[in-house]
Design a binder for this molecule. Sequence first.
Ligand SMILES: [Cu+2]
Length: 880
Amino acid sequence: MSRSTARGRSKLRDLPLLGWLGTAALVALGHRWLPDANWLMLHLVLLGAATHSILVWSFHFAQTLLRTPVSEQQARWHNRRLGLLTAGAVAVLVGVPTTWWPLTLAGGLVVAGAVGWHGLVLLGMLRRALPARFRVSVRYYLWAAAALVVGAGFGVTLAWGWPDPWHGRLLAAHALTNVLGWVGLTVTGTLLTLWPTMLRTPMDTTAERWTRQALPILGGSILVADAGALTGLGWLSAVGVAGYVLGLAVWGRGLVRPARTRPPREFGPASVAAGLAWLVVGLVWAGWLLATSEWDAVEESFIWPAAVLGAGFAGQVLIGALSYLLPSVLGGGPSVVRAGQAWFNRAGGFRLIATNGGLALWLLPTPSWVRVTGSALALLAAANFLPLMVLGVRASVAARRKLLAGRDTETASPGPPPAPVERPNIFTAGQLVAGLTALATAVVVGVGLDPSAAGLAAVPAAAAAVQPTGRVVRIEVTAKDMRFIPAEIHLDSGDHLVVHLTNADTTTHDLVIGNVRTARIAPGAQAELDAGLIGTSEQGFCSVAGHRQMGMVLNIVVDGAPPAAGATAAPMGEHEMGGTGDQARSAPPADTVDPVLAPLTDERVHRLTLTVQEVPLEVAPGVWQKRWTYNGSPVGPTLHGRVGDIFVITLVNNGSMGHSIDFHAGELAPAVPMRTIEPGQSLTYRFAAARAGIWMYHCSTAPMSAHIAAGMAGAVVIEPPGLPKVDRSFVLVQSEVYLQTPAPDAASATEVDADRAAAAGEPDEVVFNGVANGYDSTPLTARVGERVRFWVLDAGPNRATSFHVVGAQFDTTFSEGAYLLRRGRDPFGDRTGGSQALGLQPAQGGFVETVFTESGRYPFVSHVMADAERGAHGYIQVSP
Ligand SMILES: [Cu+2]
């Protein structure tokens, strides 16, 4: 072998690996700002680094074990497969995040092709080889390659886009096949011989038998786990995972004796051992989730076991194996091996403790900043492998070159006998102390960044001109089910009140007493409120919009003093502001939403991120309200697709309280996708649109009247096959606005008046697409003779609509899944049927069609006239 090809080979061997791992580390550092960061990290490590290394090293081990050295020609083909694999993996890593499915398909096929080809080559080698020990390892590789081909198929299918529960089932099958099959079988097959070699100790004579017996258990368990996932039987899938753990136990018996003889003291075997421990943790975790959770929750809950298996298991086994292999395969005798090995062992004890301890801090229910510092520590400690790998390989190459040069000059001299390779011990006292110190620092820094986790947040007390009793009354109050428990506290005038509040509810709450308040606290969190001296009875409450109205009040009763105003039922519907509906408005027109229905695209899978934002918007010209919105828009963005399309919606809550989303266009169990998420959280909601119509979507967090009235509703338009084409299509969503104050500008905007929304009282505005009279100043446009379709949805929350176009008649009306009238065809068989208004209750929708016969300005209204006067009014400008 010439030196140039050796170097070329080692470049192909090591450079892609460095690229994958380096990119994974960068994505991990920037994950907060990257979309799909979890997916990217997992696939950079598993599809990138691990798959590349498996191809490289299973080829190497197959040659060694079967004693079938390969020709230059075969080595070149091996390199081509590596090139193909890299190209395919890059295509998948671009195709999935950009949702460009043809690229994902092509990339997946190339990856499967490269690995399948590799498997066939190994099969050929196995057939040609003379009987040799450890043939079983190569059989593991064959099963692994077959698993990858199947698992890649699941992955490509998954990327095509599916509604839940299919998405969850395919995802589970994809992950189980690739992690248990491709990675798991390669690792177990290799460690049969590599484990004792790394420990530099003889193999357990029974190990090969255990490994042979484990293969059908491991392989069969993967089939069972996949069958369970694909048929939707979570328990069966969990049985498969349990079987796999059993298979690991059978196989692992062969590892015990070498480890007892020579416990892992070098970085390589110790890292592999830690990785195997995480494998078991990850499998138990995944099995538990498969047995207990719904398929539509799989993606979100599986992130944790996936991280365990990706980082804890695959990452550490890979790093550990390479730390042994890279300095060893170069050959050249003990001095060369030692030169490289020294680098790979450097700070090994520290790195291991920091990586595994950091991972544990991240996975355990520690305060959120401790998890951040723990994961950062694990990442930094693991990433040290990259520079060490470069330096280690370089040192090995240099030592070998030096040795060869020495041999060339002193061929005659026999030289001293080679010294035995020393067995360094990375677990020195210094390394242990350094590792544990780093962990302790991560905890201290994490707690320091999050003082509330340590109960250190203090609120200044209000001064009060009350004769103090000198008594401090500390009360435990729990927020649960939209109530404070206890709901009443008795004090003496002059007592100093301190409330310790625990949020045992499923959504964010706070507590306001007088002019002091706690921060908004998340479910499970606690806060302390120093209310100062209490002189008279008063009422504390939760200030999250609507919560006080739903009963979150805390009556503080000073015995002997008169009860606080409002300590009884909160007055409903009182407001001094009249409707601003049809008053002459001097303010400039408000920004309106484009009412034109965007044309259908060829997309089968519609992906959209809806970000909840609480922002001031104009609800009528010159009238502002702090709206709760999807994507900051006056009405939720309109989604448009065909019957059978898939919608993958990511909901991100950037608001100050819990929010959620409920799509009427999909059919699914509401518990998981429609759950309320807290500020900073996100969820993915997948549904298939099985039926045509205009469907409402809305926030379903209590009180819904307030959340919908505040702006959290929109429309999904689903077209049936063969819906006749029209010249123009518009979407109008009617809803109500309840103001606390008619703020004249953004700065003074207040939130929804939850009392009046809940009382179904008289709204201040009734609006189309979020703005009262918005289309008075920017009318819809059409031409004489054109067929115009109006999709109308009544989002409520409380009022029905009667959609009418002044001066026009509808010859087609479709309401809630059925035509009432279709191109004038009436029950008498005539073509003269007509309709004057489309009546819709809240959450109902439909469309009407008309053809304007004359040019002019046509008002459209809700013919509930009071609402037209409140702003449910606009114009269509029809030109000749
Ligand atoms: Cu909401």
